[in-house]
Ligand binder design. Sequence first.
Ligand code: AMP
Length: 419
Amino acid sequence: MQNIDNYNFTGKRAIVRVDFNVPLNESFQITDDTRIRAAIPTLKKVLEKGGSLIIMSHLGRPKGPTDKYSLKHIIPAIEEKLGAKVKFATDCMGEDAKELSASLKPGEVLLLENLRFYAEEEGKPRGLAEDVTDEVKKAAKAEMKEKQKEFTKKLASYADCYINDAFGTAHRAHASTALIAKHFPNDKMFGYVMEGEIKAIDKVLKSPEHPVTAIIGGAKVSSKIAIIEKLFDVVDNMIIGGGMVFTFVKAQGGKIGNSLCEEDQMELALSILEKAKAKGVKLYYSGEVIAADSFSNDAKTVICPDNNIPEGWLGMDAAPSTLKEWEEVLRASKTVLWNGPVGVFEMPAFANGTNKIAEILADITSHGVFTLVGGGDSVAAVTQMGFANKVSYVSTGGGAMLEYLEGIELPGIAAIKES
Ligand code: AMP
């Protein structure tokens, strides 16, 4: 397999799929540039090795060309971080994209406008009325498939080699993340972000040092079931926190007041408890919580057992006693995976548990524990606390990371690997 380090980029144009889907505020300022910073080593390497760059990405979920989702807003940030001038093709299928890419000289950089301005990128027909017949839907899909082939072929025609460095979209079989690879059978490779993500997750899934502990938090059991079950094959301990806890507690007859609960997942929650037992995984999902009398930052609070929350109150964060128990488990671990906040961390009054986990992970990393943090909100927490560089690896791909952890082969990875 090719990789960036062994590939000869001299005089070659590399088309690189990056994940520059960064959050922008109302004045189009980037509020978190993590994804841009992450892609810079790959981009710099190509330039250093005598190649030129055609950068492509999506931004947001546009339904067609709109100023709001134009990648032009992030050009200054790319130029500043890459230390190179960036040319811009205002239409990724336009004449300017073709001409600018054809005339690229070594060391030059071209950015293509948002790929999702074209429905072909995702391959889903747009603008179909809801009440159309199945036949019409089928015809539109078939037509889109053909158009997508043309779209992909045209993108590929801009370059001599293809690099996929967009882990965040690797779980989607889109034109630029998977389909394009077949146009470069001998000239396709992962970027450093992809390589790093795969290596870090494989280290946890395939060759972890034990004991392994996973902390799974967040709002919904339903969105985490698959990952929880898959991780039972790997971990020795699992800490379940956040809003998910209450579905487990209620399923066992606990009183959870108005806490978050997915009634239709209670049976599944019980079966998870059984499975953990059968696999010998030690589960930590219960303890004291900080409950509030309303879902607000300035609510009144009380500490109580999570199975005895007063009527009308809601569990919002892990209590100090629970955090202490978790800390002991984490400090005795050699490998830790963290996905999802353990409280409503967007509200400062209920961010203590999540912040404490970030702090513990940073500390145990300095003592040689391998710590992998993934999933939008837990990443936001470690970044907010300034600990992003103090854990072993921060995954930038939320959904993609979850699917990879679940054992699903990601199209973006398969397309590079297959010959
Ligand atoms: P997820 O995207 O599933 O990882 O969920 C993240 C969300 O879970 C965040 O917005 C948190 O505010 C929320 N969350 C964490 N703990 C709780 C809780 N005890 N009650 C309600 N929401 C929670």
